[in-house]
Each structure stands twice: as C-alpha cells, then as structure tokens.
Design a protein around this ligand. Sequence first.
Ligand SMILES: *Cc1c(COP(=O)(O)O)cnc(C)c1O
Length: 465
Amino acid sequence: MTVISNHLPTPALQALDAAHHLHPFTNDAELARKGARIIARANGVMLTDTDGVEMLDGMAGLWCVNIGYGREELAEAAARQMRELPYYNTFFQTSHAPVIALSARLAGLAPEGMTKVFYAGSGSEANDTNIRLARHYWAAKGKPQKQVIISRRNAYHGSTMGGASLGGMAAMHAQGGLPIAGITHIDQPHWYAEGGEMSPEAFGLERARQLEAKIAELGEGRVAAFIAEPVQGAGGVIIPPATYWPEIQRICDAHEILLIADEVICGFGRTGNWWGCDTFAIRPDIITIAKGLSSGYAPIGGSILRDEVAETIAAGGEFSHGYTYSGHPVAAAVALENLRILEEEKIVEQAGQVAAPYLARRWSELADHPLVGEARTLGLLAGLQMTPDKAARAGFAAGPGKVGMICRDFCFANHLVMRHVGDRMIVSPPLIITKGQIDLLIERAWRALDQTYAVIRDEGLLKVA
Ligand SMILES: *Cc1c(COP(=O)(O)O)cnc(C)c1O
C-alpha cells in the first residue's frame, strides 16, 4: 500500500506543501513563509495536528462535518461500496442501488412536494446546475426570455464560474471577469452593518422589497429565479431580520419566478431543523445541497426539485447536462450512512433542542466583552461582531479584517478553530457538540477576545473608522 508520508517531521511536510501545493482562498506566498498547520487526525469535535496539538473544531471543517469526525460506519460504507461497485455512471440509461436509495431517502426528508434529486460533486457544481435548470425550465415552458437570476451581494454560492457569479463576493468578482452575464445582485439583509437608524424589522422589509424593485426594473418576463442562503454563512453568519423571509416569499409568490434556497450550510440540521427552509417557513422550488449531506466524508452535492419543476424538465426532452460523478456510488453510500446516523441517533433534534439553546445562552454572554458589538446564534451557527464603539456599531479605523485576523490567530493559539469574516468571528461546530465542549469553546473564545483587546489597545488599533 502507498504510505502517505505523514511520518515526516512537520517542517518537512510544510516545505513539501509550500513547494507543490497551491491552496484555495490563500495568499500562497505568505503561507509559504509561515508554513501550513498540518492536520493529522480527528475525532468527535477535536482535531489533532502533526505536532500533537489538539484543537476544538468550531467550524466543523468547512461547515460540513455535522455528525463529527471518526465515524467508523462511514468508512465501512465507503469500503464496502468500493469493493462492490466503485464507479458507474448514471448517463447511459443506467443506475445503481446507492444512488437510488439516497434519492428515495432525500425525497422522504425534503419538504413536501420535492421528490427528485439531480446530483453534482459539490455545492458549486450544484449551483451551476441550478442556473442551467432554471433557464431550461422556463424555456421548456415556452418562456425562453426568462433567463436572469437575481442574487445578493455578500452571498456565497460556490467558486466555479457560475457559483461565484451567483455569489456576491467583491473579492471574487474582482478576478477573472465575473460575474458572467445574466446574473444580477441586490443588497443583503445585514442589519448590523447596513441597517443604520432603521429597526431590524423595517430594514428586513426594505431589503426584501429590493427584490420586487429589481423584478420590476428587469421585467418579470426576463427573470428566471432568485437564489439565497436562508442564513448567509461565508458572508459572516448573517441572520436576517424576522420580517425578511416572509416578504421574500410573498414577492416570489406574487411574481412568476423560481425560488432557489441554497441549503449547502443550512441543510441537514445546522439551523436546528432539517432545513433552513423549515426554520424560516420558506417554500423553495429548488434546494441546493452538499456539505452536511455526507458530513464532508465524501464529496457530493445536488439539487432537490419541486415536483412541477422536475416534471417540466423531464417533459422538455433531454436535459443536456451532467457530471461524470453525478450520483457517484461511493459518495452516495457514504451520504446514505450519514443520513441514517443523523436520523437514528436523532442528532438534528438533539442539536436543535439541547445544543442550540445552550450555545445561544453561552454565546450571548460574549456580548458583555468590551470588544463585542453583537453576539447572535441560530441553531448551531453563531456570529459575533467586534467593534471599537458598541453604541455606534462602528468599524475599526484599521479597516475590515485586521482585528479579525488578530483574533483568529489568538483562537488558534488557544486551540480553537474560529473563523473571521472581516471583523466578525463565526463558528459552526459539529452538531454533536456537547454542553461541556460548548463551555470549552466559550472559554477559549473569551480568552482570545481578551488577548485581542489587549494587543489592539497597546498597538493603538482601538480607533473608530
Ligand atoms: C460551501 C458553499 C457552497 C459551495 O460548495 P462547494 O462544495 O465548496 O462547492 C455553495 N453554497 C453555500 C451556501 C456554501 O456555503
């Protein structure tokens, strides 16, 4: 068997990594100077690096390891499937048991009236599929002019040409000629940063009504779909005001456009229910899935379709689209086993009814820290905003991200993986996190905030922008 060279000392691994591996979303020259942290193994909510340091993974990898690390059953499912049928495609009028079983299981878990799945290898690919699906759907209904997809600034929908175009990340759009044609953006419902003097409720309505204004501007006859995450994840865990989603739903119902809920993070228990759509009473036409579908143990994504959408696509002749790995049997077998564990061990219910309320209580205590302007959670998503002036909800004079990066480094130093988006700190731990582990997370976060505060005060960074 090929031995992966993890017996090498950490500096040797770091040197090889720097020499031969270009990292995603990374300033590689800077990383090469520092050396990457090499993760060796993981169990439950804990990661261990090659120096033997154990860290609490507050991010569940990249929002995906919902059932936690180290589940033997998933390894077994993958090994069994690899022995029996490691690969076959689903293009040639063929299918296989793992993809059939997974589809049937997803049909049972999905919201009412959504019983068909189209598979991809990731969330980005699934959203590319959704662009094709939405446009082809309207063409099949005799409305080929309905092509434009409306999304939101600071949304994240993946990193392919289509996914990144749907997303509203300025740094991504600044490279490579994005967004592609036929995609337009409205503002996000981020009250803390953009709500000014308005109440969150009034602001939520105002931001939702931008969708109606955009539809009017483009003409309903040109709009295919609106896409949004129930809660923006990579944008900084932006939990919308309570008024936002009901108004978006009203607007989508009043106009003839598809509603695509990107549940790549929110799906499979993250918000305390199976779907973010349950939490916000959203009735989507298409749901994007990935991440928690396999708890990250195998790469797989997909689109769950409302029956009328699936029927229209099916009646429209051949849908000229698909991936070599659409419904990959090993990934499907792993996802199926992941769903079995989520269901049978009642992990979603436990997360929603026990872990989430406890995290909400403990996380809200962080709002008492002098550096914290807002600390909010929904399910097992949590975000906190650092500010030099709580009352004014002000940003730092040093510009967004400088203080966030300092805090993130202190989190690492305190053996906690907590991510920063600008000067917001965010977590999204495995759903199996216990109360004791939440206490540990809060204790480490508190210490990192104290250390950040001391450093920025001493360096004169506690200035209002
Ligand atoms: C991560 C993510 C994606 C992209 O998924 P990949 O598997 O990285 O391609 C899409 N949408 C949302 C909301 C995500 O968080």
